[in-house]
Ligand binder design. Structure first.
Ligand code: G3H
Ligand code: ZN
Length: 288
């Protein structure tokens, strides 16, 4: 079917207390892995592209790949811009056919974040496309940090529930990425989610909440987060790790291999297993 808008599937997840997997795609094999697995699991899915992925693959190329595969399947597929940190990037993605946007103004002062997010919302809503935005700051893992140090460091950047409520009212966004205990790029499950904070933000805003940096959260933390109000769970690092590890292992065992299809085929299968496992933890399987 044609690409769908994220609003409807996130509202269903919110109502029925599960979460939609939002998987980052960086190349053709990963796009295939995401959509094939979601179809096998009968799970609605979000394929997301970061600004880095767009720079690497080209905007038109990403849209074309995702559209072709979405049209071949019966499951709902959303194409989402992940961490769009500028207004122009959001406009380009909207024009190119993305069906969900994110404006990430979390590095900006609150008022500026509100002003730019609102501008993106006005533009996107004019053509029926929903917008996610970020409050607090979900940092990136510094490899030199011990887990305990990292967990402490991020606390000062947690989303403030009252500020989140104000932000939602002022901007009119459709979903909210709030800093609640995860860090981008973790290769181990070290996150401790601030569950009361998630519940408070959920009650004050009424919006589907988005968990970024979810590769660093254990299954148990993710499930607790979903019960508290998380409806979209972003996964990138876990896929990268599985994909590259499988390719490395294959090449170590088969050093003479020169066929990229063999190397990337094995990597794709490894990515599919991670995606399948996440879909089951999120409870989004058999929803279609
Ligand atoms: O926006 C993307 C995500 O938040 C992915 O985070 O790489 O830690 O899984 P992750
Ligand atoms: Zn993120």
């Amino acid at each position: 079917m044609p690409l769908v808008n994220s609003k409807e599937i996130l509202q269903d997840a919110l109502k029925n207390r599960y979460a939609i997997g939002a998987f980052n795609a960086n190349n053709m094999e990963i796009v295939q892995a995401i959509i094939e697995t979601a179809e096998e699991e009968r799970a609605p899915v979000i394929v997301q592209a970061s600004q880095g992925a767009i720079k690497y693959a080209g905007l038109d190329m990403i849209v074309a790949m995702v559209k072709v595969l979405a049209e071949r399947t019966f499951i709902p597929v959303v194409l989402h811009l992940d961490h769009g940190t500028d207004y122009e990037q959001n406009i380009r993605c909207l024009r190119a056919g993305f069906t969900s946007l994110m404006f990430d103004g979390s590095a900006l002062p609150f008022d500026e974040n509100v002003m730019l997010t609102k501008k993106v919302v006005e533009m996107a809503h004019a053509v029926g496309i929903p917008v996610e935005a970020e409050i607090g700051q979900i940092g990136k893992m510094d490899s030199s940090d011990e887990p305990g140090v990292a967990r402490e460091k991020i606390k000062e950047f947690f989303a403030d529930p009252i500020e989140a409520e104000k932000f939602v009212k002022l901007t009119g966004i459709d979903s909210l990425a709030a800093a609640v205990g995860t860090i981008h790029g973790c290769q181990e499950p070290i996150a401790q989610l601030d569950i009361p904070r998630i519940e408070k933000i959920r009650n004050l805003t009424g919006l589907p909440l988005v968990l970024h940096g979810a590769s660093g959260a254990s299954d148990e933390e993710v499930r607790k987060g979903i019960t508290a109000g998380i409806c979209k769970v972003n996964i990138d690092t876990m896929i990268r790790m599985a994909f590259t590890r499988a390719a490395k292992e294959y090449l170590t065992k088969n050093p003479q291999e020169i066929d990229p299809r063999k190397v990337l085929g094995v990597a794709k299968e490894a990515a599919k297993e991670v995606i399948r496992d996440r879909i089951r933890v999120l409870g989004s399987q058999n929803r279609v």
